[in-house]
Design a protein around this ligand. Structure first.
Ligand code: CA
Ligand code: CU
Length: 331
């Protein structure tokens, strides 16, 4: 049943893409304005909800795909962070044996595990990188239109520069994800599955051991497999998390719910360091949107307000990105 729904979603998506208008192919204009950022009724890091104003901008309709990233790599010869050997000086506490090119891969545990330790399902896999998302034996041959994954902050910055674009701030990303529905919990409205329809690629069933695949996809899905939001954007929610430019700080330290904040840019690099971590030298950016691993029993972050800190050197099998352009509106 889920598969049938998804085929229908995909057909609708390709019709919409064909009909896309405007000055910039593959992008949509997000009108500027004031919106309610964050949420007071979900996870504590999303509070307080506060009024934010952003200027208008263009944003990619879909996350950057393997095919698009491959074009960038072919032209520039760029080598991603996950493909390089880490410098031991940057990781004084690390076991030298672990300092091989690697990336974090979700590996489904064979039996029920404690949910308090993410390493029960995250594994550093040597040789995992964007061309080999599950490790050296895997490939992207059949995933050209899936979002690129295993990209660290430096990688997405390099891509954006090459493409003549920029990366969104958290506020820009969030207003785009909301699709014009101010204050709604989901990018498509008030319900997770309106009329029983899955609107994003998330996890159904008991995370991390049992995925019922009601939405049709276990891992990443081709971009545009799910319905667009009110601004014509696909997969802002689910599929893969997306990088933003903001250094991570609690909303409470930037936001005063009494006032409107204009074009916020996040915190300082220094403030983004994890106060709880033993090794605190790697700063953190905000990532948004949740992924195919977000599930009701573990992580309900399939919402525009949801946010998580991500170390800038880190790449994973469920984190990608899309770009924006701060330019004139459609003419
Ligand atoms: Ca899924
Ligand atoms: Cu999640």
């Amino acid at each position: 049943m889920g598969t049938k729904t998804n085929r229908r979603n995909r057909e609708a998506a390709s019709v919409r893409k064909g009909a896309e208008l405007g000055d910039r192919p593959g992008m949509h204009w997000i009108p500027g304005g004031t919106f309610l950022m964050g949420s007071d009724v979900h996870y504590p890091e999303e509070a307080p909800a506060h009024r934010v104003t952003v200027d208008g901008f263009w944003i990619d309709t879909c996350a950057v795909t393997n095919k698009e990233f491959g074009r960038f790599v072919a032209v520039t010869g760029y080598v991603t962070v996950a493909e390089r050997s880490p410098d031991p000086a940057d990781y004084p506490d690390a076991d030298p044996a672990l300092l091989a090119p690697s990336s974090s891969v979700f590996v489904k545990p064979p039996h029920r595990v404690g949910l308090n330790n993410p390493y029960n399902w995250w594994t550093y896999v040597a040789g995992a990188q964007w061309r080999h998302p599950q490790g050296p034996a895997s490939s992207i041959v059949k995933r050209a239109d899936h979002p690129v994954v295993h990209v660290a902050w430096e990688d997405v910055e390099a891509y954006a520069r090459w493409a003549g674009k920029e990366l969104p701030t958290e506020a820009e990303w969030e207003v785009a994800a909301r699709g014009g529905l101010d204050g709604a919990p989901y990018a498509w409205g008030d319900e997770l599955t309106p009329n029983g329809r899955w609107m994003a690629n998330t996890w159904q069933g008991e995370f991390p051991i049992h995925n019922t695949l009601d939405d049709g996809y276990e891992g990443t899905a081709p971009v545009g497999s799910f319905p667009a939001n009110g601004y014509g954007l696909h997969d802002m929610i689910g599929n893969v998390w997306e990088w933003t430019t903001d250094w991570y700080i609690p909303h409470s330290s930037i936001a005063h719910s009494c006032c409107t904040v204009e074009n916020p840019r996040g915190g300082s690099r220094e403030d983004s360091l994890d106060p709880a971590a033993h090794q605190t030298s790697i700063p953190r950016k905000v990532m948004k949107g949740g992924s195919h691993l977000c599930s009701p029993n573990y992580c309900q972050r399939y919402r525009p307000a949801a946010r998580m800190p991500q170390h800038i050197d880190t790449s994973t099998s469920h984190l990608g990105f899309r770009c924006i352009l701060r330019a004139e509106p459609p003419g």
